[in-house]
Design a protein around this ligand. Structure first.
Ligand SMILES: N[C@@H](CCC(=O)N[C@@H](CS)C(=O)NCC(=O)O)C(=O)O
Length: 198
């Protein structure tokens, strides 16, 4: 399998993290986002949205980090991360959607503003981030992971941009449950780091 990848992308990192946790070999294909490679004809043939990550598995191409996580969990038989029952999958999907929406608009946007100088309304991103943190903090009361007693795709999808929130100058000081959850994920066997998360 080939992962079209950008090292400082949290969306790419969540795919690398799952692959590593599962001990799966794959080929990393770096895509130079700063150089505009993701908008070239060659890359648009892989993902017409011109975004990373994308995963090629033979002739199959899957784009969007959340979709790739589901594909990999099914393909690699990682039932712990994507259990085979409808209610649990719905609960995990709630967090996959949260990762693709609220996380992007909150901690993701704050990071783009502060670390990469994007022209983004930082105060709005900060407010969205803290509203989201309050929801997660309450949800993690008496829970080890976001869904069930073991890590699932929900945790993998939510982890990167919350783990990177310091780069958006967002503090987790008021959220001890989130801090403990981040530490639990970092303690998983085969955990890997990325720039900004050690
Ligand atoms: N929902 C997508 C978002 C992907 C995304 O926004 N990727 C960024 C890098 S983190 C990107 O490729 N940005 C370039 C662009 O949108 O032009 C996912 O989760 O994979």
């Amino acid at each position: 399998m080939k992962l079209y990848d950008f090292d400082i992308s949290g969306n790419c990192y969540k795919v690398r993290l799952l692959l590593n946790l599962l001990g799966t070999d794959y080929e990393r294909v770096p895509v130079d986002l700063f150089g505009g490679e993701h908008k070239t004809e060659a890359y648009l043939a892989i993902n017409p949205k011109g975004q990373v990550p994308a995963l090629a598995d033979g002739d199959i191409v899957v784009s969007d980090s959340q979709a790739i996580l589901v594909y990999l969990a099914k393909k690699l038989g990682a039932d712990q991360f994507w259990p085979d029952d409808g209610l649990t999958q719905a609960q995990i999907t709630y967090w996959l959607c949260t990762a693709a929406n609220d996380v992007v608009q909150g901690p993701g946007a704050a990071r783009l503003a502060k670390k990469f100088n994007f022209d983004i309304d930082y105060e709005a991103a900060q407010a969205r981030a803290h509203a989201l943190f309050a929801v997660i903090e309450a949800h993690l009361q008496n829970r080890q992971f976001l869904v069930g007693a073991e890590p699932t795709l929900a945790d993998i999808a939510m982890f990167p941009y919350i783990g990177l929130c310091g780069e958006g100058e967002l503090s987790l000081a008021d959220y001890p449950n989130i801090q403990a959850w981040l530490s639990r994920i970092k303690a998983l066997p085969n955990f890997i780091a990325m720039p900004g998360i050690d």
